[in-house]
Design a protein around this ligand. Structure first.
Ligand code: 5GP
Length: 118
């Protein structure tokens, strides 16, 4: 969980298949996998294969087209796995709960039509 870039992030190790994860979507530049500690019935992490952007603000400034690709994959996952109502969360900064400093979105939702999210 380095923020210095000196060591690969846990997500880079998932992308390299060095550690296992349940990958649910993959494109040339984006990968998505089930969160190891789900906080909703559907909880998918969507991240860039490029580890250089530490958070969504960095990515928006440095490569907005890549951010759009990330959001498109998140939208596809939500369409496939949720009731159509979902949260798309980018924790930004340690004080906001960010623990992995490799830009990623959380897709949080439920497949059940009546479920609401707190
Ligand atoms: P953050 O707190 O940085 O916004 O989100 C990091 C997320 O990555 C957390 O929800 C955490 O549960 C998830 N996570 C951390 N390590 C692993 C791992 O090794 N595998 C998977 N699948 N998810 C992980």
């Amino acid at each position: 969980m380095s923020s210095s870039g000196a060591e690969p992030s846990i997500f880079s190790r998932i992308i390299a298949r060095e550690i296992p994860a349940t990958i649910v979507a993959e494109t040339e530049n984006i990968i998505a996998f089930l969160d190891i500690a789900p906080k909703a019935p559907v909880h998918v992490v969507v991240t860039t294969k490029d580890p250089q952007y530490h958070n969504v603000v960095d990515l928006a400034a440095g490569n907005p087209a890549l951010l759009a690709q990330l959001v498109a994959v998140a939208e596809q996952i939500a369409a496939e796995r949720t009731n159509g109502q979902f949260r798309l969360v980018f924790n930004t900064g340690a004080a906001a709960g960010q623990t992995v400093f490799h830009v990623h979105a959380h897709v949080l939702g439920s497949p059940t039509p009546t479920d609401t999210l707190g």
